[in-house]
Design a protein around this ligand. Structure first.
Ligand code: VGL
Ligand code: ZN
Length: 209
């Protein structure tokens, strides 16, 4: 059985378009992944969407640290943490899945990043690998062996979700045409792709339908 995992296709991660304002952490061209998702969803046994779902006081927000700015790297409970603009705050417009994404074909939603003191890039675990989400349980219950991953952002949540999927033993594929990255530093996306490849993730340009 094959699952499609749509990572964080949310208003805050997508730029301004005719029908929506700029997201707080907009990934360049992030909106382009929506049509890719809509086109391929029907062809999977299970479709799961993750949602970054932070409380207002999440410690990955620069706004929570008086002496720091967006983009600073700090230590947060012994983990490296990049400080982000406030984004994907629970129950706000920015945290909603993008309007144009065909939600009727999404079977289940997995929320992540809900604990204020720790970030969660992966859809499976927080950044300290201390607590799991329901994602692995859902996949095992549905007898999923292969996972196809796409969404936002290539160099953060997509990357860590794919690395964990491979580590957990799933036959893991990354759909490149369905991913866009933040690219804080030039080369972040290509480095992320190399890292996934080295971890055994199969990198494909697109799904052949
Ligand atoms: C993400 C930064 C902060 C992502 C989430 O979805 O890639 N990036 N929170
Ligand atoms: Zn986040």
């Amino acid at each position: 059985m094959k699952a499609l995992i749509l990572v964080d296709i949310q208003n805050d991660f997508t730029p301004q378009t005719a029908n929506k304002p700029q997201g707080n952490l907009a990934v360049p061209k992030g909106n382009e992944v929506i049509n890719v998702a809509n086109k391929i969803m029907l062809h999977f046994d299970l479709v799961i969407a993750t949602q970054d779902w932070h409380p207002q006081n999440h410690q990955s927000f620069a706004s929570q640290h008086t002496n720091h700015n967006i983009g600073d790297l700090i230590q947060l409970n012994e983990l490296n943490q990049i400080l982000w603009p406030d984004h994907c705050v629970q129950n706000t417009f920015g945290a909603e899945l993008c309007e144009n994404l065909n939600r009727d074909l999404i079977d289940q939603i997995v929320f992540k990043g809900t604990a204020p003191q720790i970030d969660s890039y992966s859809g499976f675990f927080d950044n300290g690998h201390l607590k799991a989400t329901e994602l692995e349980t859902i996949l095992r219950e549905q007898n999923i062996e292969s996972v196809y991953i796409m969404g936002l952002a290539t160099d953060y949540c997509v990357k860590y979700t794919a690395l964990d999927a491979a580590k957990l033993g799933f036959d893991t594929h990354l759909i490149l045409e369905g991913c866009r990255g933040v690219e804080l530093q030039e080369g972040d996306c290509s480095n992320a792709i190399q890292e996934m490849k080295a971890a055994g993730v199969n990198i494909i340009n697109k799904i052949d339908l």
